[in-house]
Design a protein. Structure first.
Length: 175
């Protein structure tokens, strides 16, 4: 019997379940608030809302518990799901896109520091990504964020490479 792993690809069953779970957080603001107050992935894993998500996506594959805690904790901070560009492109986009020389929302230095976070430092990634989501006005591409942080590890560096290509292709101040 082969194991199926979650990837949070666009329109995948686990992504649809995440979207439904995230929408349900609007109905239960207490769960959203509890998740937003979490400072570590362990605290996220102690919440009933996380376990509801884990049970629902677990039907489609074996969940990576730390990756799923990252997804749950960060998703609770998202107010609007914007699908027109990737998360990395959103970090590079200036606040006022009409200005050609506008600075990226996330500076190149902060972006490079983010890319250097190792898979053994997931609590640091959780904190840093929470700040980035806030910096973007809590309006982000949730699928892009979920896939990226869920697959964040030192063996799977394709995510970070893809982020670099997307960020530097859109960042007016880094070219």
């Amino acid at each position: 019997m082969s194991m199926t792993y979650l990837k949070f690809d666009k329109d995948s069953p686990e992504m649809l379940m995440l979207a439904a779970w995230w929408n349900a957080l609007n109905e239960n603001r207490g769960d959203r608030a509890e998740l937003r107050r979490c400072a570590t992935l362990a605290e996220v894993a102690f919440t009933p809302a996380y376990h509801r998500l884990r049970l629902s996506v677990g039907k489609f594959g074996v969940p990576n518990d730390d990756g799923l805690a990252l997804v749950a904790g960060l998703s609770a901070c998202v107010k609007n799901d914007i699908a027109d560009s990737t998360f990395a492109e959103q970090m590079a986009t200036p606040k006022d896109p009409t200005l050609r020389d506008g600075k990226a929302r996330l500076s190149g230095l902060r972006f490079r520091r983010l890319l250097k976070i190792k898979d053994k430092e997931l609590d640091e990634l959780f904190t840093t990504m929470g700040r980035v989501v806030s910096l973007l006005g809590s309006s982000i591409n949730m699928q892009s964020l979920a896939r990226s942080v869920y697959l964040w590890n030192d063996r799977y560096t394709d995510i970070r490479k893809q982020w670099a290509f997307e960020y530097y292709s859109k960042s007016p101040s880094e070219q």
